[in-house]
Design a protein around this ligand. Structure first.
Ligand code: ADE
Ligand code: ZN
Length: 325
């Protein structure tokens, strides 16, 4: 039985497996610029974050109806459950869908069809986090937040993703203030390709409670000391970092050193359909002791947005403590 854990950094659009992409393309009459699933998988050779994002946004053309989003999320939840996930906090990119004429309601209610049934079907509790595309304008982010207002009973927090370099967190100060005023939790990608200063800015200007990736904090000892002192969770994604060339090879991944430094690290899959594996595969990809694996799983439950259900968090932690005994 796999180690029980929470997944806190997962883009639902990044779980679109080639087989489902072709199925949805056929269902919706969309023509993909790939001959078949093998041809599509062949295209998954990325030079950096941008080359991945170009393909990723393009493939979203097949997602059109509530049922498409429900099928996508249900397929992810089944896979995650099989790899020990008990709780999943799921990112989605509304702007990428609104730009194609797919409404916020279609996306959120479609995802909710799967998330609402997830505990009964898969034994996985869920939260939904809406991400702003940082290479779009701050105004567009604010419009997106406003468009989400009728659906806020489904949405726990906001995040920030897409092309990082040149789009510092400060650009989104106002929209994060507005999100906080609406009672939303705050996270942001920072320090994936961007410099350590973006991590500091995400904390100081956006008030984030977790940092997604945060890899490049290791270049700044003072920042590491702050993250350790304040127990700021980092959601690391080892296979993603290698595929997008943030790290040369798995053997060079800093996660073991980050744990050693006392950072509250978690392991996640980011965009598993594109990067060669789901959360358990990410755990297996690194040279980790059993003790370190347990620490990572424990961190994932501690860092989860479960403040409204502490009983559940306690139950997950108890299950983890009992694991393997
Ligand atoms: N790893 C990543 N970084 C930034 N934006 C993303 N969108 C999906 N995956 C992403
Ligand atoms: Zn990500």
């Amino acid at each position: 039985m796999p180690l029980p854990k929470a997944e806190l950094h997962l883009h639902i659009e990044g779980t679109l497996e080639p087989e489902l992409a072709f199925e949805l393309a056929a269902r919706n009459g969309v023509t993909l610029p790939y001959a078949d699933t093998e041809d599509l998988r062949e295209a998954y050779r990325f030079d950096d974050l941008q080359s991945f994002l170009d393909l990723y946004y393009g493939l979203m053309a097949v997602l059109r109806t509530e049922r498409d989003f429900a099928d996508l999320a249900d397929a992810y939840l089944a896979r995650a459950a099989a790899q020990g996930v008990r709780h999943a906090e799921i990112f989605f990119d509304p702007q990428a869908h609104l730009a194609r004429g797919v409404s916020m309601g279609t996306v959120v209610e479609g995802l909710w069809r799967a998330l609402g049934d997830s505990e009964a079907r898969h034994g996985v509790s869920t939260r939904l986090i809406m991400c702003f595309l940082r290479d779009e304008s701050a105004e567009s982010a604010m419009d997106t937040l406003m468009a989400a207002k009728p659906h806020l009973d489904r949405i726990t927090g906001v995040g920030l993703d897409s092309a990082e370099v040149g789009h510092p967190p400060v650009k989104f100060r106002e929209v994060y203030e507005a999100a906080a005023a609406l009672g939303l939790r705050r996270v942001a990608h920072a320090g994936e390709e961007g410099p350590p200063e973006y991590i500091t800015e995400a904390l100081d200007v956006l008030g984030v409670e977790r940092v997604d990736h945060g890899l490049r904090c290791m270049e700044d000892p003072e920042l590491v000391a702050r993250l350790v002192r304040d127990r700021i969770p980092l959601t690391l994604c080892p296979l993603s970092n290698v595929r997008l060339r943030a790290v040369d090879a798995l053997a060079d991944h800093p996660l073991p050193a980050m744990l050693e430094a006392g950072l509250r690290c978690t392991v996640n899959s980011d965009d598993p359909a594109y990067f060669g594996g789901y959360i358990g595969d990410n755990f297996d990809a690194l040279p980790l002791t059993d003790e370190q694996q347990r620490e990572l799983a424990r961190n994932s439950f501690l860092a989860a947005f479960l403040e409204d259900d502490e009983e559940r968090r306690a139950a997950y932690l108890a299950e983890l403590d009992a694991y393997g005994t």
